[in-house]
Design a protein around this ligand. Structure first.
Ligand code: RIB
Ligand code: CA
Length: 314
């Protein structure tokens, strides 16, 4: 077995972020070094508290820090509470934090983890990219310690908050622009793939039947998340953020296209758009591995297996 990939998880939990962390923590192919919370689905204070509670649920004891409560330059874009609820992670009651928040900011914690690691680290960012951009702006010398930035964000073909822009990118387009221009390889799980990574009611039922302490929470998170998407006409709950994790541990279930991606930061109608040179008509070298399709059945079966593995922890 290959050495586990050292990762930092940066998120705005959020139901799908939480499920992504459940799977990341269960995978023997990843070694989680730290967690950081970013403003997005909810304000950063709630995102940090939710991060701590998820970590308590899954037995993840690593440093956890809070980032900025606003984008680099723009006003906060507040997601409505009907998506993830008032708390940002409504649904089943969760354990109280077992780990105090680190006194460092998210960017400072990320920087220290990179400095202390004797190997390159991968950042898995499933919310707006404010913390990652703050890291890159503040510590440019540490770019060489970052192996990859695997994100949930964007969409080559369409958006979900505007016709052009996906939420995570739209919240902080300048931060996303910094990440895609950084020279660090990006894996992009955009809407092109995440809206095919759907959990159907029968998959929720399969998780409900597992009956371990983690599955008992996950199926209830899915039930909450599914209801919101059902009202939007989705046939299932999209596992947006889990795609950014699964791309690292099971890339074989995706169709991945290498392309040059840049972020629109000024367009009146298109700000936040991830513009992908899918037909290679420019002479830019690709900077992104864009996930464009997924074998849903295999993806979901893997997800369920990881959730089931919490039963085996004595
Ligand atoms: O657009 C989907 C993204 O926005 C996901 O990361 C979800 O958690 C929200 O942050
Ligand atoms: Ca998210």
């Amino acid at each position: 077995m290959n050495k586990p990939i050292p990762v930092i998880l940066d998120a705005d939990p959020g139901h799908d972020d939480a499920i992504a962390w459940v799977v990341a923590n269960a995978s023997k192919d990843l070694k989680i070094l730290a967690c950081t919370a970013v403003n997005g689905n909810c304000n950063v204070y709630k995102a940090a508290y939710n991060s701590q509670r998820i970590m308590a649920l899954i037995g993840l004891d690593v440093p956890v820090a809070r980032g900025r409560n606003c984008p680099l330059y723009r006003q906060r874009l507040q997601a409505p509470t009907n998506v993830h609820g008032e708390s940002g992670l409504d649904g089943p009651p969760l354990p109280e934090p077992k780990r105090e928040l680190d006194s460092r900011s998210a960017a400072q914690l990320m920087a220290d983890v990179l400095k202390e690691s004797d190997e390159k680290v991968t950042i898995v960012a499933t919310g707006p990219l404010t913390n990652v951009a703050t890291l890159l702006l503040g510590y440019p010398e540490l770019k060489e310690k970052i192996q990859t930035i695997s994100i949930m964000g964007g969409g080559i073909k369409y958006g979900n908050w505007t016709p052009a822009a996906e939420f995570n990118i739209l919240v902080d387009p300048e931060a996303a622009d910094i990440v895609f221009r950084s020279g660090i390889p990006v894996i992009m799980a955009g809407l092109d793939v995440t809206e095919k990574a759907l959990v159907y009611p029968e998959d929720v039922e399969a998780i409900r039947q597992i009956g371990n302490p983690v599955s008992e929470i996950v199926w209830r998170w899915l039930e909450f998340f599914y209801k919101f998407h059902l009202n939007l006409g989705y046939p299932g709950a999209p596992m947006h953020d889990l795609c950014a994790v699964m791309a690292l541990i099971h890339p074989e279930v995706f169709r991945i296209e290498e392309m040059y991606v840049e972020v629109e930061t000024e367009g009146y109608y298109s700000v936040g758009q991830t513009v992908g040179d899918i037909n290679h008509i420019t002479d830019h070298q690709p900077n992104t591995r864009a996930l464009m399709d997924v074998d849903r059945r295999r993806f979901i079966d893997l997800m369920i297996d990881y959730i089931r593995s919490y039963s085996e922890v004595k």
